[in-house]
Design a protein around this ligand. Structure first.
Ligand SMILES: Nc1ncnc2c1ncn2[C@@H]1O[C@H](COP(=O)(O)OS(=O)(=O)O)[C@@H](OP(=O)(O)O)[C@H]1O
Length: 394
């Protein structure tokens, strides 16, 4: 009993001691009563549970994954945890688009608590690498918006997109198979990218509904939480509950956004064409969007709304302390003086926005706030170096 109490946090110990210690030792019946009270307390105050610290976050493409990853990087740093990071030869991703292998992990970032850089999901290899009680989390975005983002972002990288006259999304969708070839350069960005990232077969025909259904079941079996990009804050509420984290653990600044100029508007007809071309992703999204709302309802929609409002108030306080009381102004890379804070720009037709900190905030605020706006690539490198240094110190 004492052991169990000790592994829970101070507040709970204090509460238990105050209310029950006096009667704890009087007889065995009361001991059982104490245990029941302990269980009820844990159920009614999930935040009193210890924080869950072993997490696989499968970062899918163009779904707000960088914002989640940044949150996880900061969580690891604050709590002295280890984030498994790619080895040098894999760049800042785990040798994507190959299936993930434990060989792709930098040895100085093992054993790990978390892993979150882009990879193609491979359950067996991750199971070998991560602690037994690891929670698996991922994020999906509505397939038409995801594809529009992919199409612009990778217009110079994916062979299928490069072939389209004038880089026209309409032309591509009028006859995708004219431009897309299975096995063509970077074809994973051009069809069912979410399915591919999750380890599935992106080229199954849309008529193979049985495959799509089986794949959904597979994802549901492995992942404890599938976040939904359109409901990002609600997703964070579910994440916080799943992992018993504090409000401050889920604060974020929105990263990797495009300028309005870089976006194409989608007519309803075009949306439908994208969904048909990415039919397995559509199946996945529709299923997990529906089950997401079931999860929220179980928690209570009013309760979730209250939690979202608390999160947004905390976000506002963060913005006040980091950006002098205003919302951070997203800047084009060329407008950001500190080169480290410039997000990667895939081609000249797309502007990926970043941020800079005001020069007149305290050095403490600078140190704390910088991490929120550090783009994925420099943050991955920084974290790798700091974990290596830590390893050699110990
Ligand atoms: N908090 C939050 N809520 C909703 N949407 C958000 C959020 N943070 C980032 N974003 C949008 O996510 C897109 C970038 O996704 P990723 O970071 O996953 O891209 S990447 O694959 O790592 O390059 C990118 O979408 P597009 O602007 O449409 O490209 C971002 O604007």
């Amino acid at each position: 009993m004492i052991l169990i109490i000790l592994i829970y946090n101070y507040n709970l110990v204090r509460h238990l001691l105050c209310s029950t210690a006096a009667i704890l030792w009087t007889n065995k019946g009361i001991l059982i009563l104490c245990f029941c009270k302990f269980v009820i307390l844990l159920m009614s105050f999930p935040h009193l549970k210890p924080k869950h610290t072993n997490v696989v976050f499968l970062k899918t493409h163009k779904t707000a994954g960088t914002t989640v990853q940044n949150m996880l990087f900061r969580f690891c740093e604050r709590n002295g945890l280890t984030m498994a990071l790619p080895s040098w030869r894999c760049d800042h991703q785990f040798c994507y688009p190959q299936f993930f292998s434990s060989q792709f992990v930098h040895p100085n970032t093992l054993p790990a608590n978390m892993i979150s850089n882009h990879m193609r999901f491979n359950e067996n290899e991750l199971k070998r690498l991560m602690p037994y009680n690891t929670k698996y989390i991922t994020i999906l975005r509505e397939p038409a918006s995801t594809f529009e983002s992919l199409f612009t972002y990778y217009s110079a990288h994916a062979e299928a997109f490069r072939r389209v006259p004038g880089g026209s999304l309409e032309a591509f969708l009028a006859d995708p198979l004219r431009y897309y070839q299975r096995g063509g350069g970077n074809d994973m960005y051009a069809r069912n990218t979410l399915t591919f990232d999750l380890g599935g077969d992106k080229d199954r025909p849309s008529t193979d509904v049985a495959y799509a259904k089986a794949f959904v079941e597979e994802v549901e079996r492995v992942f404890s939480l599938v976040m939904i990009s359109e409901y990002f804050d609600e997703s964070l509420v579910l994440l916080r509950h799943l992992l018993s984290w504090d409000l401050e653990d889920i604060l974020y600044v929105k990263l990797n956004m495009r300028t309005e100029r870089s976006k194409k508007s989608l007519s309803p007809g075009l949306r439908e064409k994208i969904r048909a071309w990415n039919s397995i992703d559509t199946h996945l999204y529709d299923y997990f969007n529906a089950s997401f709302w079931v999860k929220l309802s179980k928690l209570g929609l009013d309760y979730v709304a209250k939690e979202v409002s608390l999160l947004q108030q905390a976000q506002e306080r963060l913005m006040n302390s980091c950006f002098n009381g205003t919302l951070p102004v997203p800047l084009k890379a060329s407008e950001i003086k500190n080169k480290e804070l410039r997000p990667w720009q895939p081609n000249e037709n797309v502007d990926i926005l970043g941020y800079e900190l005001p020069s007149n905030i305290s050095s403490e605020a600078k140190r704390r706030c910088l991490k929120y706006i550090l783009p994925e690539v420099p943050y991955t490198t920084k974290l790798l170096y700091s974990q290596i240094r830590q390893r050699f110190r110990n």
